[in-house]
Design a protein around this ligand. Sequence first.
Ligand code: URA
Length: 258
Amino acid sequence: MKETGGGNRLRAARQMVRTNLLLGVDFAPLGKPPASNEAPAAPGLAATSRQDTGSTGRRARTASHKQKMLDELRERHDRECPHCTTATAHTQTVFGEGNPEARLVFVGEAPGAEEDRTGRPFVGRAGELLNKMIAAMGLQREEVYIANVLKSRPPDNATPTPAEVMKCAPYLTEQLKIIAPQVIVALGAPAAKFLLDTTQGITSLRGSWHSCRLGDLEIPVMPTSHPAYLLRKYTPEERGKVWSDLQAVMKRLAEADR
Ligand code: URA
């Protein structure tokens, strides 16, 4: 059924209330929260098996073809990554997971203890918060793709060094080229610095659009705070900033849908 402008606005307003409640942003407009059985108002974000070709033809590959390429890349990475094949603090690599045709990719820093144990990205406490952020955007985790700059856990969860990033992150670049998302969210400084090829800190980068060149692709990047940082500084102000970054992402994706 075709939505009316009023219907869209109501859904968007409900989504905002729901999101603010989920993120605990306490300047949320007060109102009746939507019924829990109501479908989330994801503004044009629900496509899971798109094959639409943009002018660059970058979305032309099918999901299964992309998945095959990702599987091959994963094998190659595990066989030859100069960082992960020589690092010793991890028990297994964490390649990344999600929809191979995702329109939205989240890039974090590196696996932590829980990720190292399970082989999956963002499954610890930071992952729980990331899941809430994704849900707040009206999306399901399976619709997006989640990866990290480093594919193996650093000793004592140390921040990745430039030398480590230089060795491992080219595989992230390959991964992103295969997925060719419409938007990337860089979670925290290491992801933002690598994707944007900058030494600027996350505080000055977040909140505005940047772009990342991947071969012949130019992908918009929204840097925002890492969920682990947000857990440490769980203030309405910090949560509000992240939410405003995510709203900008939702808007951009909705516009790309038109
Ligand atoms: N932090 C990250 O940056 N990545 C993960 O996968 C988990 C925590």
